[in-house]
Design a protein around this ligand. Structure first.
Ligand code: HEM
Length: 231
C-alpha cells in the first residue's frame, strides 16, 4: 500500500452506514463457536461448558449494572450539559440499570444473598470510559454500541443458558428482567441503529476510525465481566 491508500479505501460496511461498519469489526472479534460470522480462534471456554455458581451470576449482574449505570448516567449528564452527540441516546429503551436493580434485589430479598460490590473488572471499565468521555466522546459510542447490542444477541443466549442451568427449579426459578425490554427489542435496535448512523454521518474518516478502533477494548473489558461466568 502506498501512502494515502488506507485513507482512500472504503471500510467494510461503509456503504450501509456506520453501525454496519461497527458490526463488521465486532463480528470478526467473535470466536467461531460464539457466532457463525466469528473469525477468532477459540481461546475461551465455550459457553455450553460454563458452570458458574449462583453467586457468580449475581456478581455478573452487579458488574453489568455498574457499567450500564455508568453509561446511562454519563450519557444523560452529557446531554443535559448540551452535548448534542449524546442527546439521541438518552431513554432509547435499551437502558438496563433499572431491570438489573430489580434482578439484584430478588437475590437479596427472595434468596437472602448479600449483594457484593462491583468487582475491579467493572471499576476498571468505568475508569476507562470516564477518560474516553473526556478525551474522545465519539469513541464512547463504540463501547455504548457494543455493550448494549452484545447483550441483545450473545447476552440473551447466555441468559437462557444460565436460567436453564441455575434458575429453573423451586425458589430459584426466575426469568430475569435483564432480558426483558418494555417493547420488542428488535424495534428498539432498529431505532437506535438509525440514530447512530445519523450521529456518525458527518464524522470525518479519522473520527470514525478512532471509534472503530475501540472495538477491541470493548471486547476486552466486556470479557473481564463475562469471566464471572466463564468458569
Ligand atoms: C452479535 C454471540 C460476546 C458484540 C452476536 C450474535 C451472536 C453473538 C450469536 C448474533 C450474530 C448474528 O446476527 O447472526 C456472542 C457470544 C458471546 C459474545 C456467545 C460471548 C460468549 C460479545 C462481546 C461483544 C459482542 C464481548 C462486545 C462487547 C456483539 C455485537 C453484535 C453481536 C455488536 C451485533 C449485534 C447486532 O447486529 O444486532 N453475538 N457474542 N459480543 N455481538 Fe456477540
Amino acid at each position: 500500500h502506498g501512502h494515502g491508500d488506507g485513507a482512500a479505501q472504503r471500510r467494510p460496511g461503509e456503504l450501509k452506514g456506520f453501525v454496519q461498519e461497527m458490526r463488521v469489526v465486532a463480528m470478526r472479534l467473535h470466536t467461531k463457536d460464539q457466532a457463525r460470522e466469528g473469525k477468532m480462534e477459540e481461546s475461551v471456554l465455550p459457553i455450553q461448558e460454563w458452570r458458574p455458581s449462583r453467586a457468580d451470576y449475581l456478581q455478573f449482574l452487579v458488574d453489568s449494572k455498574a457499567v450500564y449505570d455508568y453509561l446511562e448516567d454519563h450519557v444523560a449528564a452529557e446531554a443535559a450539559k448540551g452535548n448534542a452527540l449524546f442527546a439521541p441516546f438518552v431513554n432509547t429503551g435499551l437502558e438496563r440499570g433499572p431491570a438489573l436493580a430489580a434482578d439484584i434485589a430478588w437475590f437479596r430479598d427472595e434468596l437472602g444473598f448479600s449483594v457484593p460490590e462491583p468487582s475491579s473488572a467493572a471499576l476498571q471499565y468505568q475508569q476507562y470510559l470516564s477518560q474516553l468521555f473526556a478525551t474522545s466522546p465519539e469513541a464512547v459510542l463504540c463501547h455504548w454500541y457494543n455493550f448494549y447490542f452484545a447483550h441483545t444477541a450473545g447476552g440473551r443466549m447466555i441468559g437462557r443458558n444460565m436460567e436453564n442451568l441455575l434458575f429453573s427449579e423451586g425458589k430459584y426459578q426466575r426469568h430475569f428482567k435483564f432480558y426483558e425490554w418494555d417493547r420488542d427489542v428488535k424495534h428498539i435496535l432498529d431505532e437506535v441503529r438509525v440514530k447512530i448512523d445519523e450521529a456518525a454521518s458527518a464524522w470525518p474518516r479519522d473520527v470514525k476510525d478512532k471509534c472503530l478502533n475501540e472495538t477491541g477494548l470493548a471486547f476486552a473489558y466486556s470479557g473481564t465481566i463475562l469471566n464471572n461466568l466463564a468458569k
